[in-house]
Design a protein around this ligand. Structure first.
Ligand code: GDP
Ligand code: ZN
Length: 302
């Protein structure tokens, strides 16, 4: 019996597709991994044992420690379900126009990333239709890296590809933004086709469809999660929300009251920054909306 390390790409029932230095193999859970409480998910680094001359030769015997874990809430507040492990960054993709971008929706996804301790960047796609200058300025000012791309002309694709190198990236964003088209453009020969990915995403809104991880470039991976937005804001303490807004971070600790919620309290450093135009008023509006949502959220998880 030999040992092999790998990264879980996809789960299909009880069989896992695992990328290893010997290529992609199919493996089943064995031993401790089978009995263990850790649910093996896409992105997990696993140890495989290999028994030669046996059907189902590859067995996942151990799941290595994760440096991050995305989980989403199961409907009706019945706990959480892990979606993907060891994600490095969330790319929030929006079209510059068509479908019309909704900045508040993008903010929400960026906050979900931050709340999960994941770096985030914004991709403005379809720059052939509209350059997206205002949107780019909005998100750059807030402190996010912004990539402008056009699948149609190829503009910006090289830079985006460099960004993905050596990282595990979750791609999120509204339907129609061009996520599947981007993935196809970045990785020609990708097995998944646009329609299939979209179908997964649509189904994911209603049923539990697992994420899929696709190798991009020599050492990058994309996680296509059916419901990143379902990961939601649950579990975030309202007091943690300000740190999820990068432009607020340097201001925290400078308000008059240490428990300032930045909603009009006297001596609030964040409000002052909004008044000076240093923090965008509509970013602040997103903050207020999300804060109200967290205040109202039932604490199922407590
Ligand atoms: P998804 O739902 O985010 O995966 O979006 P799709 O990749 O399915 O793209 C939605 C539509 O936008 C498709 O008709 C694509 O051909 C089109 N599209 C994607 N990227 C671009 C782009 O850069 N420019 C233009 N003009 N159309 C694009
Ligand atoms: Zn304040």
């Amino acid at each position: 019996m030999t040992l092999l390390r790998g990264t879980v790409l996809e789960r299909d029932g009880s069989v896992y597709r695992v990328a290893t230095e010997q290529g992609v193999v199919r493996a089943v859970l064995r031993g401790k991994a089978k009995r263990g409480e850790t649910r093996v998910v896409v992105g997990d680094h696993v140890r495989l044992d290999v028994e030669s001359g046996v059907a189902d030769a590859f067995g996942i015997s151990l799941v290595e420690d994760r440096h991050s874990l995305l989980a989403r809430r199961v409907p009706d507040g019945r706990g959480t379900r892990p979606v993907a492990a060891n994600v490095d960054e969330v790319l929030v993709v929006t079209a510059t126009i068509d479908p019309l971008p909704i900045p508040q929706l993008i903010d929400r996804l960026l906050v979900v990333a931050a709340a999960n301790d994941l770096a985030a960047a914004v991709v403005l796609n379809k720059t052939d239709l509209d350059p997206g200058d205002e949107l780019a300025a909005r998100f750059q000012r807030a402190g996010y890296p912004v990539f402008r791309t056009s699948v149609r002309t190829g503009a910006g694709l090289e830079l985006l590809k460099e960004r993905l190198a050596g990282r595990v990236t979750v791609v999120a964003g509204p339907s129609g933004a061009g996520k599947s088209s981007l993935l196809n453009a970045l990785e020609p020969g990708l097995e998944l086709r646009t329609g299939e990915i979209s179908a997964r995403i649509k189904r994911g809104a209603h049923t539990t469809v697992s994420a899929v991880m696709v190798p991009v470039g020599p050492d990058g991976f994309i996680v296509d999660t059916p419901g990143f937005s379902d990961v939601g804001l649950w579990g975030i303490d309202p007091g943690e929300l300000p740190r999820c807004f990068p432009e607020m971070q340097p201001l925290l600790g400078f308000c008059r009251y240490p428990d300032c919620r930045h909603t009009g309290e006297p001596g609030c450093a964040v409000t002052a920054a909004v008044e000076r135009g240093e923090v965008g008023a509509d970013r602040m509006e997103s903050y207020r909306v999300l804060l109200a949502e967290l205040d109202e959220a039932p604490r199922h998880w407590e």
